[in-house]
Design a protein around this ligand. Structure first.
Ligand code: ATP
Ligand code: MG
Length: 301
């Protein structure tokens, strides 16, 4: 029997994922943009959504250069998710909220297309069931939190309980108004227990919503998306905006920040969200764990 040392192993703890280096060093941009800083809502800010431009693109244009950037970010996200899955020290929760036709589904499809479905779960929160209503509003949320190593994506979330619940008086004012503090306490508990939280509000204009609804009517492939509720809810536009402003102002914390993403341009929305996810995961400074065996001891037969 001939035994060989494991080829190519100089140091068993030296690991890297192909192409793994901070995104800003790699993409060759002269102006290095910190998307988190650009779009985060600083704790204590009193948000007025009319002051945020839903058409903002930070000087970017649609085209092959942008597609290349998006592809790089996606592969970067894939590498970081792989690392998080291996390290199993952190979970990432990504919350998406938006007005109807705001683009939650499209953004989630974009983000998901870059990651391994193993290690990633998407939960869509609909009108609560009888069982869910019989519990506190965070019960179903807590159950859906990602485990360490995983990315959890929420399509709608516990914020519905201070949005639709407030707009339609589903519960008395004293109930929904207590929820901001309850949400902050819950999110603090989560972040202290290894979950990194990022929350995205996809910001579209009322005209853009109308345009998207008309597209759904005109395009046979999109007609299935039309719901009567979308049209009735549009009447409550101002109430929703005001409810969002309160929720974002009250619940953007350093541990669980809200980001307001200009979302009239779908390609820019995807770029900004991808950047923020990559920057957030990079900031965790994750490392591959040491292997359970000493690789230098492995013998080839
Ligand atoms: P789509 O893009 O497919 O329309 P959607 O997220 O709008 O996706 P729907 O089934 O159309 O899905 O709507 C879900 C509904 O559930 C929304 O009207 C939302 O306000 C409602 N909902 C979610 N959470 C709650 C909650 N906690 N209390 C009351 N209603 C809720
Ligand atoms: Mg809907």
């Amino acid at each position: 029997m001939i035994a060989y040392d494991t080829p190519g192993v100089t140091d068993q703890y030296e690991y890297s994922v192909k192409g793994f280096s901070p995104i800003n060093e790699r993409d060759g941009d002269s102006a290095i943009m910190d998307y988190r800083k650009e779009f985060v809502v600083k704790p204590g800010t009193k948000v007025k959504l009319s002051k945020y431009d839903p058409d903002e693109t930070l000087g970017h244009h649609k085209g092959p250069k942008l597609d290349e950037k998006l592809a790089k970010l996606q592969s970067k996200l894939d590498s970081l998710q792989y690392l998080m899955y291996a390290e199993r020290k952190h979970a990432l929760l990504v919350v998406f909220q938006a007005i109807d036709a705001g683009g939650k589904d499209g953004t989630i499809r974009h983000v998901m297309s870059g990651v391994n479905p193993e290690g990633c779960t998407v939960t869509s929160f609909k009108v609560p069931s009888a069982e869910e209503l019989a519990h506190d509003f965070l019960w179903r949320i807590h159950k859906a939190m990602p485990v360490v190593g995983d990315i959890g994506i929420f399509n709608r979330s516990h914020y519905e309980d201070v949005l639709v619940a407030r707009v339609h008086n589903l519960v008395p004012k004293e109930v929904w108004s207590a929820r901001y503090d309850e949400i902050n306490a819950f999110e603090k508990l989560m972040t202290e227990n290894r979950v990194t939280i990022v929350k995205f509000y996809l910001h579209i204009s009322k005209d853009e919503q109308k345009k998207r609804f008309i597209e759904r009517i005109d395009d046979v492939d999109k007609r299935w998306k039309i719901s009567i509720a979308d049209f009735t809810e549009r009447k409550y536009w101002d109430d929703y905006i005001s409810a969002y402003e309160h929720a974002i102002s009250r619940c953007s914390t350093s541990g669980a920040p809200w980001y307001i993403i200009p979302a009239n341009k779908k390609w820019f929305r995807n770029l900004a969200v991808s950047h923020i996810l990559v920057e957030t995961l990079e900031a965790l400074k994750m490392k591959f764990p040491k292997p359970a065996v000493d690789i230098r001891d492995l013998k080839w037969k």
